[in-house]
Design a protein around this ligand. Sequence first.
Ligand SMILES: Cc1ncc(COP(=O)(O)O)c(C=O)c1O
Ligand SMILES: N[C@@H](CCOP(=O)(O)O)C(=O)O
Length: 466
Amino acid sequence: MKYVSTRGSAAALDFQGVTLAGLASDGGLYVPQSWPRFTEGEIADMAGLPYAELAVRVMAPFVAGSLSEEELRDLCTRAYGSFAHDAVTPLVQFDQQHWLLELFHGPTLAFKDVALQLLGRLFEHFLSRSDDHLTIVGATSGDTGSAAIDAVAGRERIDIFMLHPEGRVSDVQRRQMTTVLAPNVHNIAIDGSFDDAQAMVKHMFVDPEMTGKYRITAVNSINWARLMAQVVYYFAAALQLGVPQRKIAFSVPTGNFGDVFAGYVAAQMGLPIERLVVATNINDILHRALSSGDYSAGAVTPTAAPSMDIQVSSNFERLLFDAGGRDGPALAEQMRGFETNSAMQLTNAQRQGAAGLFTSARANAAEMELAMAWAAQHCGEIIDPHTAIGLHAARHAQIDPAVPVVTLATAHPAKFGDAVEKATGQHPELPARMGDLFDREERYDRLPGTYDAVRDFVAGNATQSA
Ligand SMILES: Cc1ncc(COP(=O)(O)O)c(C=O)c1O
Ligand SMILES: N[C@@H](CCOP(=O)(O)O)C(=O)O
């Protein structure tokens, strides 16, 4: 399998190459040269497989040429063995049409663990083939940070630098990162938003001063391997609900467009998905883009769903590339315009390409709280604010009543205890293994929100590549 950049000028790479590269050298994102596609019979044969085995079936075409099936199986077995639920991503029924896919049973209580438990092991596996050293540079609005840190803390040939927007993540989220004291972990609170942090990270990938000295890679969903691993749970949920004999829809709380793009990939691979509902909070650039073609970013407004406080959604570029006809040079031009003006209009081809599968909805604070209260009162389910935005969108999307609609539960409610208590009157408890989180020592650095400050900090603390 070869991967090409959405901006058309970086060299095509294999799976090992894109995993270690993170972002393409032309600033684009890697996507498979073509989508592997399963037949209906092949999908039907996957029903009932344990999660790790399903992961092997779904991901095997993407890693071909870089990993043998046995290597992939070993990595998946170890990655998914770290989850607190045997089903890894269990389904819960809300009512006749609505279901919840619980993606928060990993070590750090958010959907990010599903991919990052695998990605950490992939890094280690690929590093064992060389004597190289990796420098991970990432941005987090709260959940990617802890999941990535958990996946690589203490690994000898990896340093991780994780930027979070100071004061804009929940206390649980911050402490999950800053109480990991392993010497290879560097937490940095920046004065700015997640968008500022993400822009600095992306800049570092195209800064020759840095790429010349350090082997920089990504743990954000700009790294293809993140998305690949997230495709698996769309298959897992769909197979349990009767696919391929019927269609299915998903509602996805969305920020950086990675999770829902994984659903798009599942559809390209043959999973019969009727609709993907893109659910946003009031930072609604994706809702505006999908409903009117207006992709223009304003300032980020802090909300009670902080992990979705994002206005520049990296993975949207992958959709614009694929749905818009895969014209790399034209997309590079369009993205340069966006980077200059913070605004662009989708082309007709991009809008039509997206409209076949995606709809969108936006939830404000009151709607989010109502969804949490509804889940608690009518179904006895305590859900987190991000999941509530997905549930709101799912219940308001007009989907054929015969089609099951699965809302992705992206985080454990205890990560956002105060917001949950405000909406439901109940304060969710952290799992026992994290009971002492607020007693642990914290360590992190504070930096101004400028690229130079972050670059100098990374350069002063990272190990040069071999
Ligand atoms: C809890 C939670 N829900 C939803 C999202 C949005 O997911 P994505 O960025 O893949 O769109 C995030 C962050 O990414 C998150 O941490
Ligand atoms: N919501 C994320 C932001 C980064 O998204 P990613 O999926 O691209 O890593 C977070 O919680 O950090």
